[in-house]
Ligand binder design. Structure first.
Ligand code: ADP
Ligand code: MG
Length: 348
């Protein structure tokens, strides 16, 4: 490591390393206390410039999002976050002042969310790279031993719930790529904010322990992530598009041509929680959500048998229902079909 990199760490990262475990970022590694009767929950995500974000994305929101997506994974496990590690590969081509300005804003984004979450940076790695910027973050959390929420516990008859609103992440990305012109500026800004600055549902996740049978966070899209729960649980699900919780902008655009409910349920980057619980636990779900101050909506149920495949495609374990009819949802949108497979225009 060069002296410059030591200097970058001292100025940009040590202020975030406020926990004793970090040892002031001055030792070879962090030392994290693990309480008896608890388990560590560990997750990591990597963002590559040009692949997972754009070179001109605001570094402050990138810092927020990099930490948020990892905390969202902890939330989906019911874990309480403890600390995180950060790996930064900075392009050698960047001028020192540009790197400095970028890191200042990036660290501000990390700092804002770490304060909210009550955690600190405890270590990491900083290197130069001949290629593009690469950011990696590893988050540590804890749960009582054996209590981590899993994807595998959904059982037929369980209700399917989702937190917050669905589709805003996909709409925010659509705004940024110019696909939603004419949107009122305040709505456009709200959607971009949801895409760039997701709120990990940590308080809800913790309160779902002992209530939910299966949990996942919505990063790939509601249909895909509910599908992951179904696969892990050996079950299938019915998802009712008419019950999808939408933001004001989501409601406006579910009506607009070419961007329907199925697109919102297919889009990624919401970082809400999708979870299942027995119908008898509905009151407990509502209580948990109220305590976490996050709205939840019941959007479907778990069933035993995957839906029949009238159009001869690879079956999804998630049967999407709209207006009382099953709809086929493919990557490029969806199409209605009747039981006889008369309409088969969906894209795969
Ligand atoms: P090593 O030589 O063992 O890789 P380094 O010299 O890279 O250690 O790092 C020195 C200290 O600075 C270590 O405590 C490491 O965790 C910390 N550190 C380096 N880069 C970062 C970073 N991006 N964020 C937080 N801590 C960092
Ligand atoms: Mg190193």
């Amino acid at each position: 490591m060069s002296l410059d990199e030591f200097d970058l760490i001292r100025r940009h990262f040590r202020p975030l390393a406020s926990a004793p475990a970090a040892l002031g970022l001055a030792d070879d590694a962090a030392v994290v206390a693990v309480e008896a009767g608890h388990e560590l929950v560990v997750t990591t995500d990597t963002l590559v410039a040009g692949v997972h974000f754009l070179a001109d994305d605001p570094p402050e929101t990138l810092g927020h999002k990099l930490l948020a997506v990892n905390l969202s994974d902890l939330a989906a496990m019911g874990a309480e976050p403890i600390a995180y590690l950060l790996s930064v590969a900075l392009p050698r081509a960047w001028a020192a002042e540009a790197a400095d300005a970028w890191l200042t804003a990036f660290a501000r984004g990390l700092g804002g969310l770490q304060r909210q979450a009550g955690i600190a940076l405890i270590g990491g790695d900083t290197v130069g790279t001949p290629t593009d910027l690469v950011l990696g973050l590893t988050a540590l959390g804890r749960v009582s031993a054996g209590r981590a929420l899993r994807r595998s516990g959904a059982r037929p008859g369980d209700l399917v719930w989702v937190s917050g609103t669905i589709g805003d992440g996909a709409l925010g990305l659509a705004v940024l790529s110019g696909q939603l012109p004419g949107l009122p500026p305040s709505q456009a800004a709200a959607l971009v904010e949801r895409y760039r600055r997701p709120s990990p549902r940590l308080a809800l996740g913790r309160r779902l322990i002992g209530v939910a049978t299966a949990v996942a966070d919505v990063s790939d899209g509601l249909i895909a992530d509910l599908g992951h729960i179904c696969e892990a649980s050996g079950a299938a699900a019915e998802l009712h598009l008419d019950r999808l919780p939408l933001s004001e902008a989501g409601r406006a655009f579910s009506a607009a041509a070419g961007f329907g409910l199925a697109d919102l349920a297919s889009g990624g980057d919401d970082y809400e929680l999708v979870f299942t619980a027995p119908a008898s636990a509905a009151d407990a779900v509502v209580t948990a959500a109220a305590a976490a101050a996050v709205p939840v909506s019941e959007v479907g149920r778990i069933v035993a048998v995957p839906p029949a495949d009238p159009v001869g495609r690879k079956n999804s374990p998630v049967q999407v229902v709209s207006g009382g009819r099953a709809v086929f949802v493919g990557r490029g949108g969806y199409s209605h079909f009747r039981g006889n497979g008369a309409e088969k225009t969906g894209e795969d």
